[in-house]
Design a protein around this ligand. Structure first.
Ligand SMILES: NC(=O)c1ccc[n+]([C@@H]2O[C@H](COP(=O)([O-])OP(=O)(O)OC[C@H]3O[C@@H](n4cnc5c(N)ncnc54)[C@H](OP(=O)(O)O)[C@@H]3O)[C@@H](O)[C@H]2O)c1
Length: 254
């Protein structure tokens, strides 16, 4: 009897680009990909921090290099990503938040978040896709979205706008890129303990809000994201495109 076999989660021979890889979710995603065999190019602005992170991944026995860049500097980003590519896998993760009441959002606040979370994310993925198409290679693009790409959140009108936006970009680009066998998906975490969320965890009201909302009764750790990254990067998800994996502890279940 011919038994079905689980498609491989192995990423040996693949090149992966991870943006925002010096800490938090990006560093965890880079490790997840490296642990499964990929060569990982780790990008962030702070040169020393990204060199230190890449060196730590190498010291753990995996294959990684640092790329210092500001993804919002689109001409520089395009040149660097193209020169280092093509990348079979993109974990498009660099992002930020400045939680602000809706009525207090300024144009400067709006631009600082949208320029990174939506505009730069769009063009990093477009650059990776163009390079894959030119090389006639398949690929997997994984955006770090958020549960806030599916529901609203207090003080997060701009952030939610960017994450709902990237969900739309994912669906539309997945339709256009499918003919090239390039898949596009998002990972949507709940609150994960990282430097970005420290101010929310430090606020007792906000902390109670999120603990009440996460059905599994705890906030997330970066390790909670790693399995989803490997799944979406690998052949195990070969027929998955244009969709989201919510890693939200049940936040959006009701
Ligand atoms: N933490 C959460 O609870 C949570 C939940 C849902 C979604 N997310 C999303 O997950 C992603 C990562 O969040 P995180 O919590 O891990 O953030 P983080 O700890 O603040 O890390 C952000 C990373 O992005 C890099 N970065 C920031 N601006 C950049 C730029 N212009 N160009 C290149 N790299 C840049 C940072 O390094 P440099 O400063 O050196 O550039 C750092 O490596 C974001 O997209 C965020 O929206 C987070």
């Amino acid at each position: 009897m011919q038994l079905p076999r689980t498609p491989s989660f192995d990423l040996t021979g693949k090149r992966a680009l991870v943006t925002g890889a010096s800490r938090g979710i990006g560093l965890a995603g880079a490790m997840a990909l490296a642990e499964h065999g990929a060569h990982v190019v780790m990008a962030a602005r702070d040169e020393r921090a990204i060199e230190t992170a890449a060196e730590a991944v190498r010291a753990a026995g995996f294959s990684a290099e640092a790329m210092s860049m500001d993804v919002c500097d689109l001409p520089v980003m395009t040149d660097k990503v193209t020169a280092s590519g093509p990348f079979d896998i993109l974990f498009n993760n660099a992002g930020t938040n400045r939680p602000t009441p809706y009525v207090d959002v300024s144009p400067e606040n709006f631009s600082s978040i949208t320029d990174l979370n939506l505009k730069a994310a769009f063009f990093v993925a477009q650059t990776v896709a163009k390079n894959l198409i030119a090389a006639e290679k398949p690929g997997s693009i994984i955006h770090t979205s958020s549960q806030m790409g599916h529901v609203g959140g207090i003080d997060r009108s701009v952030y939610c706008g960017t994450k709902f936006g990237i969900e739309g970009v994912t669906k539309a680009s997945a339709i256009e890129l499918a003919k090239y066998q390039i898949r596009v998906n998002t990972i949507c975490p709940t609150f994960i303990r990282t430097p970005m969320t420290q101010s929310t965890f430090d606020n007792p009201d906000r902390r109670k809000w999120l603990e009440d909302k996460i059905k599994l009764g705890r906030v997330g750790e970066v390790e909670d994201i790693m399995g989803a990254v490997v799944f979406l990067a690998s052949d195990a998800s070969a027929l998955v495109t244009g969709t989201s994996i919510l890693v939200d502890g049940g936040w959006t279940a009701d």
